[in-house]
Write a protein that binds this ligand. Structure first.
Ligand code: SIN
Length: 321
């Protein structure tokens, strides 16, 4: 039997908003008219992820303050129609930012889609000198292509929010216009790719529980300590902990996971003696993006304290029951 091709078509449904807005001057980012430019024209100015087929459909052309239940009804029907097509990977809806959160929740509650439905918009009109719409639209298409993703999302300013959490939080600013309140955003776009900040529900379900932690007495659990990289750091703590029989060290690293030179030398030397090492940014807010020059492994989006638990569990798993 022929292997089934991955669906690669994204359907972009236009509804208007500032992303499709025009002003008399490229410097005017306040006195413009929303919902003026057609979705085909908007897409013409967007760079698409390679291998993506895009279809466009104009569902409405409004300022989203004027969103109606009738448009919602039509929009939900069009989304459902396209989602049912096997070649469609996901849907993008371009939308005014003023009521985007309402439409997102409506679509989530009405459709509970099993493929991604991604709403996006812009804070500056399409005619602005530095319009944010094209990048937002490109990012939304990338997210809509994400395999295995299901539900309704909003993507703006390089940030991915779930329909459940997203809200408009600032009337003018570009980067802070949307947030996910205490839940926090789901992910960010980095280097044209989607990076998850929160564990996705489906990933959480497929994670294998570390059952050995239940069967092994806690006195036998690996010992993992945390040390911090800072100005004037040395390898003294690494030597002391190794002498004390520690199994792993978590490093609360500076910046994007960098480690003081002397401290790193001691850690690399200890690794060759069997010490397990895992780094995590000490800033505690935001996620590190490891690079090829990093010599020490980086935990994926965990605080140093949670990284300590993670390393301990990894060592328990490695050593078995
Ligand atoms: C609208 O919501 O349609 C206008 C405002 C915006 O998109 O930012």
């Amino acid at each position: 039997m022929e292997p089934q091709a991955m669906p690669s078509t994204i359907v972009v449904l236009g509804t208007g908003g500032t992303i499709a807005g025009t002003a008399a001057s490229p410097d005017d980012v306040v006195g413009y008219r929303a919902g003026q430019i057609g979705i085909d024209t908007l897409l013409a100015g967007v760079s698409l992820p390679s291998g993506t087929l895009v279809e466009a459909e104009q569902v409405a052309q409004i300022d989203s303050k004027d969103m109606t239940h009738a448009i919602w009804h039509t929009l939900a029907q069009r989304v459902a129609h396209h989602l049912a097509r096997p070649e469609v990977a996901g849907i993008v809806v371009t939308h005014g930012t003023d009521t985007l959160e309402e439409t997102a929740w409506f679509l989530q509650r009405v459709l509970q889609p099993e493929k991604p439905v991604v709403l996006t918009g812009a804070m500056r009109p399409a005619t602005a000198r530095e319009a944010d719409g094209p990048q937002n639209l490109s990012d939304a298409i990338t997210v809509a292509r994400e395999p295995g993703l299901s539900g309704v999302f909003a993507v703006l300013a390089g940030v991915i929010h779930h329909a459940c959490d997203v809200r408009k939080a600032n009337p003018l600013r570009l980067d802070d216009a949307f947030d996910s309140c205490d839940a926090g955003p789901l992910g960010v776009m980095a280097g044209g790719r989607l990076r998850w900040l929160r564990v996705r529900a489906d990933a959480a379900q497929s994670a294998v529980p570390v059952q050995v932690a239940l069967s092994r007495p806690v006195a036998e659990w690996p010992r993992v300590e945390i040390i911090t990289s800072h100005a004037g750091a040395t390898g003294a703590l690494v030597l002391a902990l190794c002498a004390d029989g520690v199994d792993g060290i978590v490093v609360a690293a500076t910046g994007n996971g960098s480690v003081n030179r002397e401290l790193q030398q001691a850690l690399v030397a200890a690794q060759t003696q069997g010490l397990a090492v895992l780094c995590s940014p000490r800033s505690g807010f935001g996620r590190a993006h490891p690079s090829a020059i990093d010599r020490l492994p980086m935990a994926d989006g965990l605080t140093p304290a949670k990284t300590r638990v993670e390393l301990m569990l990894r060592l328990l798993e490695r050593d078995g029951a």
